[in-house]
Design a protein around this ligand. Structure first.
Ligand SMILES: N[C@@H](CCC(=O)N[C@@H](CS)C(=O)NCC(=O)O)C(=O)O
Length: 248
């Protein structure tokens, strides 16, 4: 079976962006297949065809030409690094790798809660209770304190002096809140996190992956219309396809 690897998801999804960033950074070809998160319709993440690939019903998921499929952004990024020998992004030194795995495991229910600030604005239909929104903000703030006083107090990037998949996984969550994107969090209490965010802007692939957020813009005062989100995803897909054409 020929063809390139498929990546299922939408560019607005944080964990999808992390995988896309790694692939674009490495100029590694893939085919993006749009899957709507939470939908059971055709091309939805709860449709039986998709559940056969990822029973967890979430995006992202990848599928290799031989039919091998894998869910969970962090598992996918580790797999891609292992498969392609990208040891700059996921070093094979046990201690360096240990630091990355530490962050990737920590991330869930901590830094991931950054999306708990975004979801109520883009998914009004979910009627996310205020208490859940407050808990997400508190969890994120605690996680940023841990990054500020721990990880980033010791190193320029989360696991060392150079960027790894831990930074990409963290940035797609934290970075989306910056003023030039959704503008939903004030980072002034966290100067090391702010400096790290600035450094991450320079990592190749950053702008292509974040075009979706640049297009959506500041949503702190007003929640965007569904059409605006759809258009932002569409334009982002166009940019990604342009980049992928350059790799061929
Ligand atoms: N831990 C998963 C999280 C994936 C996830 O929550 N994806 C969201 C979109 S950002 C999703 O597919 N939601 C659909 C649903 O929960 O029904 C990962 O990192 O891949």
């Amino acid at each position: 079976m020929g063809g390139s690897m498929k990546l299922y998801g939408v560019p607005f999804s944080q964990p999808v962006r992390a995988v896309m960033w790694l692939l674009l950074n490495k100029q590694s070809p893939f085919e993006m297949v749009l899957i709507n998160p939470g939908s059971s319709g055709d091309n939805g993440s709860r449709h039986p065809d998709y559940l056969a690939k990822n029973p967890g019903a979430t995006i992202p998921c990848i599928e290799e030409p031989d039919g091998f499929s894998l869910g969970e952004a962090h598992a996918i990024m580790c797999y891609l690094c292992n498969k392609n020998g990208w040891t700059d992004m996921y070093p094979d030194d046990p201690k360096q790798r240990g630091l990355i795995d530490w962050y990737l495991n920590y991330h869930h229910r901590n830094v991931r809660d950054a999306s708990g600030l975004v979801a109520p604005r883009i998914r009004k239909d979910l009627n996310i209770p205020q208490a859940a929104q407050d808990a997400a903000r508190a969890n994120l703030t605690r996680a940023l304190e841990a990054l500020e006083t721990g990880w980033l107090a010791k190193r320029k990037f989360l696991a060392g002096d150079t960027v790894t998949i831990a930074d990409m996984a963290a940035y797609v969550e934290i970075g989306q809140l910056q003023p030039e994107f959704t503008n939903l969090y004030d980072f002034s209490a966290f100067p090391l996190v702010q400096a790290w965010l600035d450094n991450m802007h320079q990592v190749p692939g950053h702008d292509d992956v974040h075009i979706v957020l640049a297009n959506l813009g500041d949503i702190s005062q007003e929640a965007p219309e569904m059409d605006t989100i759809r258009n932002a995803n569409k334009q982002a897909l166009g940019r990604i396809k342009e980049r992928l054409a350059e790799f061929e």
